[in-house]
Design a protein around this ligand. Structure first.
Ligand code: SF4
Length: 71
């Protein structure tokens, strides 16, 4: 699994930061930042990622379509 995040598409709504704060945080410019994606992807592959629901909520509900998961 790979998290693909388009910074250019982000409109700064905050949904992903609220739904999955382990993955996203706020940048000083008011747009989301992806935290340590390599570690998250490794944990996901190992079946030990702790917030799959939060990540799925963010991916499925991002209003800008800025987040995708790829195999
Ligand atoms: S949910 Fe999408 S548009 Fe909203 S802050 Fe996160 S990446 Fe940006």
């Amino acid at each position: 699994m790979k998290i693909v995040y388009s910074f250019k598409k982000c409109i700064g709504c905050g949904l992903c930061v609220s739904a999955c704060p382990a993955v996203w945080s706020w940048g000083q410019d008011g747009q989301a930042r992806l935290n340590n994606p390599a570690q998250i992807e490794d944990d996901w592959e190992a079946g030990s990622y702790p917030d799959q629901v939060g990540l799925a909520i963010a991916v499925e509900n991002c209003p800008a379509g800025a987040i995708k998961l790829e195999e």
